[in-house]
Design a protein around this ligand. Structure first.
Ligand code: SF4
Ligand code: SF4
Length: 283
């Protein structure tokens, strides 16, 4: 049912294409932002959510369980929206700064996702189904260093555990069988890692999607290409991603392109851009 609602939204809504009044370049008018989504389902009472909530190293005790968002929760649906070929190719041209295509993908793409998320929630509710979408819920708490809309400029030095939220789309995607984490902390799905996520907690009963993996980083080959691509060395082969370094760079991008900010060089021109990469030797 959710799949059909999402498909209808894709078909009937033209916000998945860049319009003339917002285009950063006339050649980008009409550019498609997202390809067709992947959808995964996990039971709301899956023990993985207890792990997310209880284990400090995973979510710093900030994660709110599905049943605390929605008392009648039965299932959690995760949706991965892969970026279109145009958005990915644009960002792969020059690895030193974000492309206009990617800036649109991140900014107008998120506006599209927010509309899609609201639409799905209201369609379900119109059918008498209870639904919470944490990404657009007032209770969502986020603490990140990036100085984007709605967030104050931070003067204090941050560490990795200053970056948290009470719901993590990536962790939910992992739980819902969509894919695994990676060295760059992105989620690698069968349609790659270049994309965005949203999710829904509902009281509908669905079969859970099988998780075809056991390890947290199972789909990552640790090839190191994302390490090479990062313009500010925010990914370390041993330590993984350093959120503070990435965030400082995004702040710089924001100052130049306000209200847009983006980078995504760790998601393009990498073996995991469009698919689960084949195991390979470290570059
Ligand atoms: S580029 Fe290589 S190391 Fe980086 S996330 Fe993708 S598969 Fe993993
Ligand atoms: S880790 Fe951050 S700064 Fe580095 S490539 Fe990825 S998004 Fe860009």
């Amino acid at each position: 049912m959710i799949k059909k609602i999402i498909q209808d939204f894709y078909m009937e809504n033209d916000d998945n294409r860049i319009k003339a009044d917002v285009a950063l370049d006339s050649e980008l008018v009409g550019m498609k932002i997202f390809d067709d989504p992947l959808i995964g389902v996990v039971k709301a009472n899956d023990p993985i959510f207890e792990l997310y909530s209880d284990k400090y190293e995973i979510m710093y005790h900030k994660f709110i369980r599905p049943s605390d968002w929605l008392e009648s929760a039965k299932t959690v649906v995760s949706v991965f929206l892969p970026y279109s070929a145009e958005v990915k190719a644009g960002n792969g041209r020059d690895l030193r700064r974000p492309s206009l295509e990617w800036l649109h993908g991140r900014y107008e793409g998120q506006l599209f996702i927010n509309k899609l998320t609201s639409f799905v929630k209201s369609e379900l509710e119109a059918q008498g189904i209870e639904c919470v979408a944490p990404s657009i819920d007032k209770r969502l708490a986020i603490n990140i260093g990036t100085k984007k809309e709605g967030y104050k400029i931070r003067e204090t030095k941050l560490s990795n555990d200053d970056f948290w939220s009470s719901w993590s789309e990536r962790h939910v995607a992992f739980a819902a069988g969509l894919g695994t984490f990676s060295l760059s902390k992105n989620i690698i799905t069968e349609k790659g890692s270049a994309g965005r996520l949203t999710s829904f907690i509902t009281n509908m009963q669905f079969d859970a999607t099988e998780r075809h993996y056991k390890e947290v980083n199972e789909y990552c080959t640790f090839c190191g290409k994302c390490v090479q691509n990062c313009p500010v060395n925010a990914i370390d082969y041993e330590k993984g991603k350093m959120h503070t370094v990435c965030s400082n760079y995004l702040d710089w991008v924001y100052k130049k392109f306000e209200p847009r900010y983006a980078c995504g060089k760790c998601q393009v021109v990498v073996p995991c851009q469009d698919k689960i990469p084949e195991k390979c030797i470290r570059l």
